[in-house]
Design a protein around this ligand. Structure first.
Ligand SMILES: Nc1ncnc2c1ncn2[C@@H]1O[C@H](COP(=O)(O)OP(=O)(O)OP(=O)(O)O)[C@@H](O)[C@H]1O
Ligand SMILES: [Mg+2]
Length: 220
């Protein structure tokens, strides 16, 4: 198995407060890792470190032999763009653009031709059960619908790793199932690796490994 990410003894302090205290993990291609634990235990903080969105205060972090913490800002941004798809706790979208446009921008940016973009978007919308909302303005969608657009967009450019913070937090059980099946399919079809923060045991059931955090440490 290909190992996509290796983190060793990661630490994060906010002032005197130690939010992440020595977390180690590995993520293999095609695997889904669930990150669980009570509110405030450091799940989002850890995910931001893994996504190179905030630097840790200690520890090591590598991808296939490459020391990610030694990269400068620009190199980290390039790596992030090529390697990660994000679903964050609040889903950032272009609110005055349509659902279709929100999915299309990253594809245009990546240089995909129009015809291919349309096919890809149709497939993504179907996967998250939003085909009928393609032309809807994003800020008029329900919370759960916005979350599903964010999930579709995270995989739009076929990243190596999905980092998702409570991606099903606002979904009913039917759409949760659908979304998790969609993520699972990406794991087998494009060997996606995923780290999924969740409070929902039914979401963790889709995952291959569960890491439980408590007070910034892995407890299982
Ligand atoms: N930028 C920050 N500055 C100061 N403290 C922070 C910051 N971000 C997080 N914290 C604190 O660090 C701790 C861990 O926060 P984090 O967001 O990682 O928790 P979490 O496990 O994701 O919780 P939740 O399940 O509620 O989303 C919390 O006590 C939080 O208040
Ligand atoms: Mg959080």
């Amino acid at each position: 198995m290909d190992i996509l990410l290796t983190a060793h003894n990661l630490q994060k302090n906010y002032g005197d407060y130690q939010a992440v205290r020595g977390v180690s993990l590995t993520l293999e291609a095609g695997r889904m890792l669930a990150l669980m634990g009570p509110s405030g235990c450091g799940k989002s903080s850890l995910l931001l470190i893994l996504g190179l969105l905030q630097p840790p205060d200690g520890g090591e972090y590598t991808s296939q032999g490459q020391n990610l913490l030694a990269l400068d800002h620009r190199q980290q941004a390039l790596f992030r763009q090529a390697f990660f798809g994000f679903v964050m706790q609040s889903c950032a979208m272009f609110s005055y653009s349509t659902v279709e446009e929100n999915l299309e921008f990253p594809l245009i940016y990546a240089g995909m031709p129009r015809k291919q973009r349309q096919l890809r978007i149709a497939e993504l919308l179907d996967s998250v059960n939003l085909s009928d909302k393609a032309q809807a303005r994003s800020n008029l969608l329900s919370g759960g619908e916005q979350q599903r657009v964010a999930a579709a967009r995270a995989l739009v450019n076929r990243p190596k790793v999905l980092l998702a913070d409570e991606p099903t937090g606002q979904l009913d059980s039917e759409n949760t199932k659908r979304l998790m099946n969609y993520f699972r399919k990406a794991c087998s079809e494009i060997a996606l690796g995923a780290v999924i923060v969740t409070h929902d045991p039914s979401v963790a059931d889709y995952c291959d490994v569960i890491y439980r955090l408590k007070d910034g440490q892995v407890v299982n």
